[in-house]
Design a protein around this ligand. Structure first.
Ligand code: A2P
Length: 269
């Protein structure tokens, strides 16, 4: 349920913004946390999209793009966030607790949606760090399994502890009453760690260009006729993953012109 904004914020809230109530917060490491909040009844989005999030702590709140990590059918909204030291939003956002108010602009958008991809056989979701968030939404959406035979989530992090959110989500997805059965045997989770000892101590891009990921999962190399790719991570990661797709002969898609791969644009411009 959406709260009356005048009761929860010291400043009047514009008509294009929802004021929602935090229901749950979980910290994974000193850099990463997730939170859930109420979902306004009128708010619709496509799994994989992002919204602008802020706090009611200033007359002109700072807003940042956040991928919605919950699927479009969920009755609440979930977000996964990094804690940026002295970050204008996250230095405050990391302190939120259940009952606090979070602001959200009413319009969601984004390119990491299945509509921006041509039909295909396998969907590769390439992520680093908090870039796993839109895939947390997509991996729990039944439409993903209607459109693809195989769904492969690649997640690269600096340290093992940073993989916890993705691991928790995949386990939840496989046990989920709505999508669990569809996901079993079809959702693959492939993790890499770069700054700590790990069986796959490498970047996800290296796991792909070396062919290691395909060999480990028993899948053919990237094939523009059958494979589709979604990419979300830091700007250098987006750049390298795009190059990797282009080298495989893939073309970039958009909402109005579906292609064989899509790149998150939320943090690029
Ligand atoms: P590395 O430790 O070699 O920098 P971050 O938290 O900085 O976003 O990094 C998350 C993960 O993404 C880290 O494992 C990091 O590896 C990796 N990474 C950084 N840049 C790239 C890139 N250009 N391509 C693929 N992975 C990258």
């Amino acid at each position: 349920m959406s709260l009356d904004s005048t009761q929860t914020a010291p400043f009047p809230i514009p008509a294009n913004i929802f004021a929602e109530t935090v229901t749950e917060v979980e910290h994974y490491t000193d850099r990463l946390f997730r939170f859930r909040m109420t979902r306004p009844a009128s708010f619709r989005f496509r799994s994989g999209e992002f919204v602008m999030i802020g706090l009611p702590n200033a007359e002109k709140p700072v807003f940042r793009a956040y991928s919605i990590a919950s699927p479009s059918w969920d009755e609440e909204l979930e977000f996964y966030s990094i804690k940026v030291p002295d970050g204008p939003l996250t230095e405050h956002l990391q302190k939120i607790k259940a009952g606090d108010t979070v602001l959200m602009r009413k319009k969601s958008t984004g390119t990491l949606v299945v509509d921006a991809l041509l039909p295909g056989k396998r969907l590769y979701m390439l992520s680093t760090g908090t870039g796993v968030a839109p895939f947390a939404s997509l991996m729990r959406d039944p439409e993903t399994y209607e459109k693809f035979e195989k769904v492969v989530l690649l997640h690269g992090c600096r340290e093992k502890a940073e993989l916890a959110y993705g691991e928790q989500l995949v386990a939840q997805t496989l046990a989920d009453p709505l999508v669990g059965e569809s996901a079993q045997g079809r959702l693959e989770h492939y993790t890499c760690v770069t700054r700590e000892e790990h069986p796959r101590q490498m970047r996800i891009t290296d796991a792909m260009t070396s062919g290691r990921v395909f060999a480990d999962l028993g899948l053919p190399p990237l094939d523009p006729a059958e494979d589709r790719v979604m990419i979300c991570g830091s700007v250098p990661m987006l750049h390298d993953c795009r190059a990797l797709c282009e080298a495989a002969g893939m073309t970039e898609g958009a909402n109005n012109a579906p292609g064989s791969f899509v790149v998150e644009r939320a943090f690029v411009d």
